[in-house]
Ligand binder design. Structure first.
Ligand code: KIV
Ligand code: ZN
Length: 386
């Protein structure tokens, strides 16, 4: 039977850390409600101790949503945990996400500490967070570069201390997919109490591998994926919600599914991009402007004969209104004829050839030929410069 993957959305925490993407509490509430409607399991609403605004956002999101777990980030510090516990007071189900660096580079150069002290502090933080009565997720920051034997000891100790979820972040986006997958497999096989917690994967995109690493983690036993809308997040970003959801929907053979209502993806992508003033790159998978646009003649001809020739996802499945055929100098007669017909002009044989020759002259000049240009061409009127 297919197994459920919990979707933990951190658009409002890791995503909102991006310079220029800061949101007001009212805007965060609008996004949180849309995250609830799309079916995420957990909303990481903020880092309550970081600022009064973040604290307020966690409070208000806790009141505003009912279904998803609401999560607040903390360091392994008493004050952080106290403040997060207070911020989550109204949550129907609240989660404290606490943790500490686990790689030697973080232990030595960030904490000036030792593995033993880090383990002790992590265990203390989990016990203290647990005493507040919430679910507790522990993050082993920079787990992607941590010594694997130490990571396994740390994870075993925090599960024994009461962690419900253990997050194994590839904080720096360093890992290769097969090696990240092996890390998760090692923890599954070597952490004695691993069945008492859910393994979570949180991958950054510094080498463009965030989604591939997330998938490797899931296929090796992780059951929660940490994601953001449009893949926004620190530096090169995080794994994107839309990619994980659509990979699992497209490859049902993996035996994994999410509760994401995919037809709400495009709307949410636009909402986040608009509110955060963070444009989506045109070739972004699933939600980019070109994700369902066909521009070369060979592709356009094949697409017009049968959409599945060049589309593995029906755009309507992710809420994109329609595929598009972009008319450029690389387009062929089939696409030109099709677009002219949509505008009410029918061309065949020599007439189509003439229209096509004129079209190519305009396309070479203008790069993209729009409907207004095409009407001018069809009616033999001069094309106005852009
Ligand atoms: O990338 C990371 O390690 C994080 C943690 C705080 C979970 O964002
Ligand atoms: Zn992160």
């Amino acid at each position: 039977m297919a197994q459920k993957i919990q979707i933990f959305d951190t658009t409002l925490r890791d995503g909102e850390q991006v310079p220029g993407c800061q949101l007001k509490t009212e805007e965060k509430i609008i996004i949180a409600k849309e995250l609830e409607l799309i079916g995420v399991d957990v909303i990481e609403a903020g880092f309550p101790i970081s600022s009064p605004g973040d604290f307020l956002s966690v409070v208000e999101i806790s009141k505003a949503v009912k279904e998803p777990v609401v999560c607040g980030l903390t360091r392994s510090k008493k004050d952080d945990i106290d403040v997060a516990a207070e911020a989550l007071h109204h949550a129907k189900r609240g989660r404290i996400h606490t943790g500490i660096g686990s790689s030697d580079v973080h232990i030595k150069h960030k904490f000036k500490s030792s593995r033993e002290q880090v383990l002790e502090q992590g265990v203390w933080a989990v016990k203290y967070a647990k005493s507040k009565g919430y679910e507790v997720e522990f993050f082993a920051e920079d787990a992607g570069r941590a010594d694997l034997v130490f990571l396994a000891q740390l994870i075993e100790a925090v599960i024994a201390a009461g962690a419900d979820v253990v997050n194994i972040p590839d904080t720096t986006g360093y890992c290769l997919p097969h090696l990240y997958g092996k890390r998760i497999q090692y923890l599954v096989e070597n952490v004695k109490n691993i069945e008492k917690a859910v393994i979570s994967v949180h991958c950054h995109n510094d080498l463009g591998l965030a989604t591939a690493n997330t998938l490797a983690g899931l296929t090796n036993g992780a059951r929660q994926a940490e994601v953001t809308i449009n893949g926004i997040g620190e530096r090169a970003g995080n794994t994107s919600l839309e990619e994980v959801a659509m990979i699992l929907q497209t490859h049902k053979d993996l035996g994994l599914y999410t509760d994401i209502k995919a037809d709400r993806i495009y709307k949410l992508s636009n909402l986040v991009s608009g509110m955060m003033r963070m444009p989506v790159q045109a070739n972004k998978a699933i939600v980019g402007k070109n994700a369902f646009a066909h521009s070369s003649g060979i592709h356009q001809d094949g697409f017009l004969k049968h959409a599945e020739n060049y589309e593995i996802i029906n755009p309507a499945d992710v809420g994109v209104p329609s595929s598009s055929i972009v008319l450029t100098a690389r387009s062929g007669r089939a696409a030109l004829k099709h677009r002219a017909e949509l505008l009410g002009y029918s061309y065949e044989g020599d007439d189509l050839n003439t229209l096509y020759e004129n079209f190519l002259l305009v396309a070479d000049e203008k790069k993209e030929v729009n409907d207004a240009d095409l009407i001018m061409l069809a009616t033999n009127l001069p094309i106005l410069a852009k």
